[in-house]
Design a protein around this ligand. Sequence first.
Ligand SMILES: [Zn+2]
Length: 309
Amino acid sequence: MRLPTNLARLSVLSAVSALSVLSACREKPRAPQEFDGASALGYIQTQVAFGPRIPGTDAHQRMGDWLDSLLRQRADTVIVQSWTHRTARGDTLPLRNFIARFNPSAEKRLLLLAHWDSRPTADSPRSRDSTQPVQGANDGGSGVAVLLGVADVLKRTPTGIGVDLLFVDGEDYGDFTKDSADVLIGSRYYGAHQLPGPRPLYAVLFDLVADKDLQIYQEGNSLVGAPEVVELVWDTAKSLGYSGYFIASPRHTLIDDHIQLQKAGIRAIDVVDFDYPAWHTADDTIDKVSSASLQVVGDVAVALVRREQ
Ligand SMILES: [Zn+2]
């Protein structure tokens, strides 16, 4: 995921909104806490322990097998989309999307998604060593952890609506500035191979959501493509006392998996904390993320499901 080159940052934190953020930080979080932030952090630790989950590597294969087995223990149905992708440089990548379905026949459905691969090279301009891979504790690891935590909740206390948890592969493989077909690969594949049956009401992508310094601003392409979903998600966070973390103003505009879903006709938004200095560096490690941040985002994800029941 990256900032598009042709769009200026929508950096708009005015003095007025800075004041409102400060006052919001003083709200006491009040959360039902069906979601378990500590076990979600454990899911990041497990992912990082596999090593970088780069398509085509053993670690990627083992991580996918682990995800598959965890989802089969929790969901009603697991669908695996498996294919090979030929890159612009001529590499052949074995890729898998996993779709964990709860109440697969329900008409009313939500779609929550995250990417499960990690980036082959730490090529951020801030990177001290661009020959290193990215560990992806936050970039990849955190979204998966939130979705797995939601799967635990839905297994423990089932919902009446349909929920699909989509884990897309190959989000972060290529160069976002050159190889447009070699990034967002799994979400593009999903958009072209949607499941039969009713469409989700909307979709929420979780990316970079476990930074210890959590600040999730509204994302530009989400505001353009599905403003009502942005409003719903930030209102839900506010109702949980989390408006100090889900800050109700725009900041970045990003190329991420939600774009591919929007192109496929789904009302999709990106919940992303792009103010993360370790992004696409070798420093995206477990010490940068926290169970407290996962708790906030996981509580919001579960509340979105519960409010539709
Ligand atoms: Zn990334």
